[in-house]
Design a binder for this molecule. Structure first.
Ligand code: ADP
Ligand code: MG
Length: 353
């Protein structure tokens, strides 16, 4: 797999008010599964298309194993690409679609037959080589597109929301297929999605995009456990957010004062948000001292099988949620009930707001 680096990568579309991609720096390790995650319009596709060579770079550099790609045409970059809409040739069979990049590269007939057979096996479509795309399901068509993108042994595979057109069940099974492909091929994957669950499930690392810039890069656990900003905290996973100022080592929200790890370090530095994940909150009174305790009213409870989501309104008016895993008698709460909610000082994450 190839190492891919973007340096101050920028794209300004003609006539646009501002840059679509705004000075992106990103180093993707050889063989890594890197996800570009962000809301619609945040510049993910434009970044991927500049790496692929489908979109001209306004300024900045893209390096593949250390050498500059910017002036290399798309077909010479040797990168595989998969799109949301499959982009198969409708009049060609699955096998002919997969053979296409090999024919372009003037590979011999026998070698093409062998490699197309292997690629069909790789995506578990061994029996379907003679079908036209219209005779295949959406999931099968995307497997053909995956086979076509890897059949010529590219240095990296670029995937732009490849599961976006599929329903939930199929999406989850193809997620597993893509993870398996990554393991078996060992090449670098750059995967674009706006779906945070998909990003957490698949990635070695995630780059969170916002307004054409990268807000944070890290492993799924790093982003979930130590988000660098309010935006990252709310984009990845559910969270309770208490905004305020740090004063005297406490987070002063205007309606309560909260303990937080390392709060003293940010004393007087400006507005902060205290982020607490729903599984870190507990119902009831704390067992010992040093915890945060707030009174709240339950607004609704959603049963999820293994746990309940308990939605509350804290007395200061802020809404929040608790992931309650307690089972058995006597511990259920209901809408309208008054409750106490507590969490340890080190369960919260302090970020600039
Ligand atoms: P994402 O893939 O994260 O949804 P895009 O990279 O597609 O975001 O778009 C980033 C920004 O660039 C958006 O504001 C979008 O409207 C704009 N944009 C994308 N493609 C073009 C284009 N061909 N011409 C002008 N503006 C574009
Ligand atoms: Mg896009």
């Amino acid at each position: 797999g190839a190492r891919i680096e973007a340096e101050a990568l920028t794209k300004i579309f003609r006539g646009a008010a501002g840059p679509a991609v705004d000075g992106v720096d990103l180093a993707i390790h050889a063989g890594e599964f890197m996800t570009l995650l962000g809301p619609s319009g945040s510049g993910k596709t434009t970044t991927l298309n500049m790496i692929a060579g489908f979109e001209e770079v306004t300024s900045g550099r893209i390096l593949l194993d250390g050498s500059d790609l910017v002036r290399l045409p798309s077909y010479r970059r040797n990168l595989g690409m998969v799109f949301q809409n499959y982009a198969l040739f409708p009049h060609m069979t699955a096998a002919d679609n997969i053979a296409f990049p090999l024919r372009q590269r003037k590979v011999g007939k026998k070698e093409i037959a062998r490699r197309v057979g292997d690629a069909l096996e790789l995506v578990h479509l061994g029996e379907h080589g003679n079908r036209l795309p219209s005779q295949l399901s959406g999931g099968q068509q995307q497997r053909v597109a995956l086979a076509r993108a890897v059949v010529f042994a590219p240095r990296a595979l670029l995937l732009d929301e490849p599961l976006g057109a599929l329903d939930k069940k199929l999406r989850e099974s193809l997620q597993l297929e893509i993870a398996r492909l990554h393991r078996e091929l060992g090449i670098t994957f750059v995967f674009v999605t706006h779906d945070q669950e998909e990003a957490l499930a698949l990635s070695d690392r995630i780059a969170v995009f916002r307004n054409g810039r990268i807000e944070q890069v890290g492993t799924p656990a790093e982003l979930y456990e130590t988000p660098a900003s309010h935006f990252v905290a709310t984009f990845l996973g559910d969270s309770n957010i208490f905004t305020g100022q740090v004063r005297g080592g406490l987070v002063d929200t205007g309606w309560c004062e909260l303990h937080a790890r390392a709060a003293a370090d940010t004393d007087g530095t400006g507005p902060v948000a205290l982020v607490v994940r729903p599984e870190r909150l507990r119902l009831g009174k704390p067992g010992g001292p040093g915890a945060n305790v707030l009174s709240a009213t339950v607004t609704h409870v959603v049963y999820q099988g293994a746990f309940r989501r308990v939605f509350v309104r804290f007395d200061g008016g802020v809404t929040g949620q608790i992931r309650d895993t307690a089972t058995g008698e006597g511990r259920t709460v209901a809408a309208g009930e008054r409750v106490e909610v507590h969490w340890a000082a080190d369960a919260g994450i302090l970020v600039p707001d």
